[in-house]
Ligand binder design. Structure first.
Ligand code: CA
Length: 218
């Protein structure tokens, strides 16, 4: 049985996440405070931690640093504020394996949980790659054919989403929701604009337009 610790002080969110994870077959444990989160995560009974950034007594970053400082390599997914790129970068620097920005859709969280439980991830390196493109998610470094390319935070997040789903068609709606955390706005062309940026930086052939459906990483 896989046990997931949910460290979240907003009861509305923790209850919703716990319910969803339990129906997906996981056992859950909820704490609403940072020191409890740290103690429980170190107990050896937990397989993965969902860690809110804003927690009482110790915040999410302090919990994470303390965990990693004590040698724990337990997978940690940070729950960050959507508007704060700072949270994301700080969380990854502190040794988080992944992050999900609030508000999130449950399916998105579940996909992250599944993939973090599946990959044997070593703390300090986390690379997703396909063809000649490689992203070091912890260091936020992108390379094409070994050459470093400068991507903005949003470009990086979009490239990461494509690489994690290489070969699959991703609709504009999915990309907008996962990368920007926004509901679909049919008048917005932000996805198309950023796809153009990525094509210019990573090479024109990687992202294919699938007419009427979205984009696919080849
Ligand atoms: Ca909170």
């Amino acid at each position: 049985m896989t046990r997931i610790l949910i460290a979240e002080d907003e009861e509305r969110i923790s209850a919703f996440v716990a319910k969803g994870l339990e129906s997906a077959g996981y056992q859950t444990l909820v704490v609403d405070d940072g020191s409890d989160a740290l103690e429980t995560a170190l107990s050896g009974e937990i397989d993965l931690v969902l860690l809110d950034v804003g927690l009482p007594s110790l915040d999410g970053f302090e919990v994470l640093r303390s965990l990693r400082g004590q040698g724990s390599s337990i997978p940690v997914i940070m729950l960050t504020a959507r508007t704060s790129t700072r949270d994301t970068v700080d969380g990854l620097d502190a040794g988080a394996n992944d992050y999900v920005a609030k508000p999130f859709k449950f399916d998105e969280l579940l996909a992250r949980v599944r993939s973090r439980l599946r990959d044997p991830v070593t703390v300090g390196t986390m690379t997703v790659g396909h063809g000649d493109v490689s992203l070091d998610v912890l260091a936020r470094r992108a390379t094409v054919g070994g050459r470093e390319v400068d991507l903005s935070a949003r470009e990086f997040a979009l490239a990461e989403e494509f690489l994690r789903h290489a070969g699959q068609v991703l609709s504009r709606e999915q990309l907008l929701s996962r990368v920007w955390g926004m509901d679909f706005d049919p008048t917005s062309n932000v996805v198309d604009v950023y796809v153009r940026y990525l094509r210019a930086k990573l090479g024109p052939a990687h992202i294919v337009t699938v007419r009427g459906a979205g984009y696919r990483w080849e």
